[in-house]
Design a protein. Structure first.
Length: 274
């Protein structure tokens, strides 16, 4: 009889423990669901972690105090302010920004990430916050290249992992014939090679080139009409609707109250096209 009672006590105790475990699992499920709302996590932490290139003035660069500066960081800081948090920046090569975002090294990327269907399959975007016209850039001595068809047989430089690289490989190469594509981790090195004649051309937008050319005295020029227009958005991981919607509201409010125009004028010396 004693043994049976002991067995009963052990059984009841085990069931109670099992019940607590199930209850705990259920509790974790609820908190896990809540934890997927990254907007609430960011607000609780008081910081939004931002990935950016840091070598692409005037969009994103390190100033004389070695602080992250530029149009994109200013946009990020303003978004953070409107979310009630501070922006904390991490810089790295552009080609690693999206993989690092997916690995949760930061919450968002703001580094002239062009919105494309290919990228939208991996990550999410806010509404566009800038549109850039891309042109062909050559050495001032070059008279052979004025249009995409002139790329045939030439060496063309482009940023590694950028939308421009994808554009050259998937659209321009099949259209105009064989040419060599040389990739770079930063814009300055590609322009140095263009200035020295080590590549024949590159493609980029004039906003990005002007401060670099002015500082370094590169002998380069834009030719022909714009070959395409790119829209950049703030990149974030998928399934974070609350964070995306909050950032979209911040961007819309910035444009409505004139803050966006002020930042645009600060960095590009003109008002944005309406």
């Amino acid at each position: 009889m004693i043994k049976k009672r002991k067995f009963a006590v052990v059984t009841i105790t085990a069931l109670a423990v099992f019940g607590l475990v199930l209850s705990a699992c259920g509790g974790n499920s609820d908190s896990g669901s809540k934890a997927t709302n990254e907007l609430e996590q960011i607000k609780a932490a008081g910081v939004i972690k931002v990935g950016t290139m840091g070598t692409y003035p005037p969009y994103t660069f390190l100033n004389e105090q070695k602080e992250v500066d530029g149009f994109d960081p200013d946009i990020a800081k303003e978004i953070a302010k409107r979310l009630g948090v501070k922006a904390e920046f991490t810089t790295q090569d552009f080609s690693g920004l999206i993989p690092s975002l997916q690995a949760k090294k930061f919450d968002i990327v703001i580094s002239q990430v062009t919105i494309t269907d290919e990228r939208k399959a991996q990550i999410d975007f806010t509404d566009s916050y800038i549109t850039n016209n891309v042109k062909i850039i050559v050495n001032t001595k070059n008279t052979d290249i004025t249009k995409l068809e002139d790329f045939k047989g030439k060496t063309i430089g482009v940023g590694l992992g950028t939308n421009d690289e994808t554009y050259l490989r998937t659209e321009v190469l099949p259209k105009v014939g064989n040419f060599e594509i040389k990739t770079y981790d930063d814009v300055i090195t590609s322009l140095k090679d263009l200035d020295a004649g080590r590549i024949d051309a590159t493609i980029n937008n004039l906003y990005a080139l002007k401060p670099i050319v002015d500082e370094n005295g590169f002998q380069i020029k834009a030719v022909g009409e714009a070959i395409k227009s790119d829209m950049a958005g703030v990149a974030l991981r998928k399934d974070n609707v609350e964070l995306r919607d909050a950032m979209n509201k911040a961007l819309a409010d910035m444009k409505a109250d004139g803050t966006y125009d002020t930042l645009f004028q600060k960095w590009f010396d003109e008002t944005p096209a309406k």
